[in-house]
Design a protein around this ligand. Structure first.
Ligand SMILES: O=C(O)c1cc(C(=O)O)c2c(n1)C(=O)C(=O)c1cc(C(=O)O)[nH]c1-2
Length: 250
């Protein structure tokens, strides 16, 4: 007689949400580069490199969200989702996150052109960010929504920067923290919508629930690889004869 297949019963909605939240153990807050950032161990050049590279993520987020909307036939979801594009691009009443990130660049002594020209963006960061945008273009919109759920863990890392930078990097101008402060409330609101969609769409079977966890892992990997690439680009790794093999000649 066959035993019941207990392993395949779906988790309850609460258990499934907890499984998603548990993925926070792989968040890029634990990446050595972000740990060093929090502990005040980054050089001025390393912090500048991070800001210049992360700008490519910032400008790609609204394109990613527009891709989700273009694939979504549900008017009510689009009505909520469009706020994310406004948060980053701004509107008649507010400047938006992209402009706030340029202000962060200026706060770490980069020029507007240094940031917006993308001249410091390293290939690994481009590949990782483009993989995220392409995922949103090519996959069903509910899967792309699920991939945004790393935002569950983002308020913690934004708060770390708000708390630690003034003492660890006193040379950074105060206006630089505006972006992170803005995201504290925006990310919490985003997560409510993203989590509701994910719990509704993926809850029917255990296979779907596990697929959601895999999608979240893909996005955790995107963020991890971005940090790897920035660390490599901003850290002097000298090998034989002082040749820096790891920098791409341009
Ligand atoms: O600074 C960070 O560590 C961090 C992480 C993430 C994230 O977890 O994806 C986002 C942001 N910031 C952020 O500022 C942001 O606007 C954002 C949007 C999204 C998304 O996937 O839609 N993630 C993030």
């Amino acid at each position: 007689m066959n035993a019941p297949v207990i392993g395949n019963t779906p988790w309850t909605r609460e258990e499934f949400e907890q499984q998603l939240r548990d993925k926070g153990r792989g968040y890029h807050i634990y990446h050595p580069f972000h740990v060093m950032m929090y502990e005040g161990k980054l050089s001025r050049e390393q912090l500048q490199c991070w800001v210049a590279n992360r700008f490519y993520y910032q400008i790609s987020i609204p394109q990613k969200d527009a891709a989700i909307m273009s694939n979504c036939p549900d008017k009510e979801i689009r009505k909520g989702w469009i706020q994310r594009i406004i948060d980053h691009d701004g509107d008649a009443n507010s400047v938006g996150g992209i402009e706030a990130w340029i202000q962060l660049g200026q706060a770490v002594d980069l020029s507007r052109e240094d940031v917006t020209s993308l001249k410091f963006v390293t290939p690994g960061v481009r590949f990782a960010v483009d993989a995220y945008v392409n995922f949103a273009k090519q996959r069903p919109w509910q899967e792309a929504v699920c991939s945004s759920l790393t935002e569950l863990f983002a308020p913690h890392i934004h708060q770390q920067r708000i708390s630690s930078w003034p003492s660890m990097y006193p040379w950074v101008k105060e206006e630089g923290l505006v972006y992170f402060k803005k995201r504290l409330t925006e990310a919490r609101r985003d997560v409510e919508q993203g989590l509701a969609v994910t719990l509704d769409y993926f809850s029917q079977t255990r296979e779907l629930q596990e697929k959601a966890l895999d999608i979240l892992q893909f996005k955790l990997d995107v963020l991890w690889v971005i940090a790897d690439a920035i660390m490599l680009a901003s850290t002097d790794i000298k090998v034989e004869n002082n040749v820096d093999y790891l920098r791409q000649p341009r």
